[in-house]
Unconditional design. Sequence first.
Lengths: 149, 417
Amino acid sequence: MMEGTIILKSTHKGIGGIGEGEALVCQEPINLMADTGNVWEDASDTTFTSKTATPSVFGKNFSGKVLVFPTGKGGIFSSNIMMDVVAAGSAPKAIVNRRTHPVWAFLSIVLRIPLVDELDQDPCEVIKTGDWVKVDGEKGIVEITKRKK
Amino acid sequence: MDLTREEQQMLSGAEGEGYKKAMEILVKMGEYSGAKRMVPISWADLTTFSGRWGGHGDSPDNDMYNFLRAFEDLSLKENAKFKCPTTIVDASNEPGRNERMEKLGAKLVAPSGGSGPQDVFPLPLFGQYVAPGPTNVATYLNSMVGARGNNEGPVGVHMAALTGRIPEYGYLLDENRHGKVLVEVKGQLKNYIDWAVLGFYISKRLSTHYWDVPVLTGIDPITVTSDDIMSFCASMNHPGSVTHFLIEGLSPEAATLETAFDGKEPKETFIVGPKEMKEIYDMYAPSGNKPDIVTVRFPLTVERLYEVAHLLEGKRIHKDVSFAVILSNSAKLVAERYGLREVLESAGVLMGDRQGQVMWNGRIIDPWVDARREGIKTMVTDSLKDCNGVGQQEIEVALLPSLEAVINTAISGKIEV
C-alpha cells in the first residue's frame, strides 16, 4: 500500500468489479434529468449545469471520473439517462455513495459500473475532488490516494 | 441468498436465458442490498416513460428502450411470460409494441392513466409486495395503501415482472417502514397545490436521507382528499426521493404516532408552517410576464374535472394562450357522458393524451424538452413537478396557488393570483 492511502470499508458487498480514476465529489444528491442539462441534447456531455441544485460541481463533468455523491434523488430517469451516457462512451469509472438509491443500484448492475456505499467513514468528507480513488465493488472497498498538494 | 426451488430453477437457466438473466440481476441486487430472500409480488407495472428518456412505453430512440426491448425479444423467442399480473401504459410510438407486450402477458393501460395512482389495476392491497413503475405510484401505495415496494426504475420492474419476484430489502421490511422524522404541520392546507408545496419542502429537507421515513402530524384527516395526496406524492420525489411517508390518522400504518414510530423517539423533528410554505412558493413566484402556456399537469380526476368545467362554463381561453389538460380514464368517461367534454372544448381547452403535452404553434410539444427551442418564455402551471422539470430549460415557470388562479390566467391572458 502506498503511503498516504486511506481505505474505506462498506458494511456489505458493493456492485460490479474494480474501477479507478480521479474523484469528482458532489456534496448534493444527484438527479441526472435535472442536474446535467446538456445530456438532453448530447448524451456525451455530462457537465453539471445547475447552480442551485448541485453547486459543488457546477461546470464539471463526470465522464471518466469516480463520481462521489451522497445519494440519488428524483424519479426513475437517472437510469435511462445513464444508459445513453454509457452508450456515448462517457461513463463514470465508478460510483461511491453514502447510501445508494435503488434506481442507481440497478443501473450500476446492468451497466457494470463498480459501486460501493455505506462506508465506515463519510466518503463525501474524506474524498476530495482530484484524489485518485480505486473502487472494488466485489469486496466493498474504496482506496483513496490523496492528491499531492 | 436463500432461494426457493423455483427461483433456483430460473437462475440455473432451466426455464430459458431470459429468466436466467433476470434472476441474475435480481440476485446481484439482493446480495448488494443484504436481502435474505426473494418475495413473490402481486403486481408489476412497466410504466416507466418520459418523453425522450423513455423506458418501456416510449419512442425507440434511446438505449434504455433498446436494452429492455432486447430482453423482450429473448422472452418472446423463448415463449416466456411475465410471472405476475403486469400492466403497461399504451404510449409507444413503435408499431406492434402493444401486441408484443400482450404476448408476454402484460395488460394495457390507456395512456392518461399511466402516470398516477388514479387508474392503477389490479389495485394493490395492504401488505402485498409490488413493483410499481412511476415513482409517485410507489410512494402512494407504500404510504396510503400499506402495500410494500421500492422505487427501482425500468430495469428493476422489468426483472420483477418477468420473474414475479423482488429481493426483500428497503420498504419491504418492517424495520424500514417505521417513522424516523417527525414533521409538525402548522396551519391549514387550502388545496392540492398547497399539498404539493408541503411535499416539496419535506422532500428537499430530507434529500440526503430520504429513507428516514417522515411522519406528518397536525393534519385533520377529514379535510384531506385523494387528489391532495396524489399531488403530495408527486412532489415528494423531486428535490429528494421520499418513497414512503406516514400521516398520523390516515396512513394504515400510522393510526397513532406511537404506532408510526414503533414506540421509539423521532431522530429529527421540524415544523412546516406558512413561513416554510412561502419559501417554496417564492421560488416559483410569477414575475408579471404574459403567459405563453398554461397547464394543469396531472391527469384530472373526476372531482377536478367537475371543478375545471365549472370554472370554464361559458368562458373562453385567451387567444394568445395555449391551455392544456389531460383526463384520467374515469374522468374521460364522465366527461363524455355528462357533457363536460363539450364545456371544455367550447372554451378552447386542449385535451391531450399524454401528461405534460401542450399545443404550440399548431404542433404537440413537450415543454420539458422543447420549451427553450420553441421560444416559449413563460409557462404557468399548477405543478411543482413542472417547475422543477421545465425550470432546467431556463424559461420562467410560475406556480399559481389554486386551480382557479390557473384557469383565470388562461382566460384573461395575464397572470392572476
